[in-house]
Design a protein around this ligand. Structure first.
Ligand code: PAF
Length: 278
């Protein structure tokens, strides 16, 4: 039976009932889909108990990003989770951001300014602030994140190092049969845009196929896939260093992170892959 709680103090009471057990945590903003389920399954594999949070965090939405209209589907989310989670923490804003004791505000710094940070100024400061606060509330041993939000993963790993925990476990992107990464945003694509969106995973494949010709040539090949698709507007496609999330060039060798973002109508899709640069 899943325990649904809405306050940090209920979590304190619950933790007192499970001394010594390893807690895995999956933070979410709800509107759950198969990608989230995979994260929760992974959490179950690596811990004794699993906590999922469902909280649409106001501080990571910028102006015009419509925090109010973000889908809130708690009943469906609970059904989808079934018995996979032990506890679902679905707080209101005041529980996460108590007006009399505001949580420590975190800043992403230079690694949060490019890519998603450029498209969504302030987003990563808000994301880090809430993740830090949720870590304080849930006190997990390990937290599970999806690979698809590569810049978020980079920043959360750094946060966890700063704080001295939790461990961060990253789960490979769950894809549709045609390769499109599962995302809450896919529901906003028209049928034509959905068909065109295959250009995103195709661009990843193109980079991989051309990497033996060097970073610049591979990046050009990946971008060409998206610029050739009339319904796509390429935002960025870069190979970045996992160390500091800055673009690498032809002098780089080793494991790089390929990040891509493209718009289809009003929907912005992200994807990522690890690429070994020979
Ligand atoms: O990836 C998300 O859904 C959010 O950024 C997170 C980590 C739940 C923080 O609000």
């Amino acid at each position: 039976m899943v325990l649904l709680v809405s306050t940090a103090s209920e979590l304190v009471d619950w933790r007192a009932t499970i001394p010594g057990q390893r807690i895995a945590f999956v933070p979410t903003m709800g509107a759950l889909h198969a990608g989230h389920v995979r994260l929760v399954e992974r959490a179950r594999e690596i811990a004794d108990v699993v906590v999922v949070s469902i909280f649409v965090n106001p501080t990571q939405f910028g102006e015009g990003e419509d925090f109010e209209r973000y889908p809130r589907t708690l009943d469906n989310d609970m059904k989808l989770l079934g018995d996979l989670a032990d506890v679902v923490y679905a707080p209101n804003v005041d529980d996460v951001y108590p007006p009399d004791a505001p949580p420590l505000a975190k800043t992403a710094g230079p690694a949060g300014i490019g890519f998603e940070g450029a498209a969504r100024p302030g987003h990563f400061d808000g994301m880090l602030t809430v993740v830090n606060r949720l870590f304080d509330i849930v006190k997990p041993d390990v937290a599970v994140f999806g690979q698809k939000d590569a810049q978020q993963v980079h920043l959360v790993r750094r946060l966890a190092i700063e704080r001295g925990g939790p461990e961060i476990d990253v789960v490979r992107t769950v894809r549709e049969d045609d390769g499109l990464a599962r995302s809450s945003r896919n529901r906003y694509l028209s049928p034509e845009e959905r068909e065109a969106a295959i250009a995103v995973p195709d661009s990843l494949r193109a980079v991989s196929a051309h990497i033996d010709s060097g970073v610049a040539a591979a990046v050009r090949a990946g971008r060409a896939v998206l610029t050739a698709e009339p319904l796509a507007r390429l935002d960025y496609l870069e190979l970045v260093s996992p160390a500091d999330f800055t673009p690498v060039d032809d002098t780089f060798h080793g494991e790089a992170t390929l990040v891509v973002a493209a718009r289809f109508g009003t929907t912005r899709l992200l994807d990522t892959e690890t690429i070994i640069v020979p």
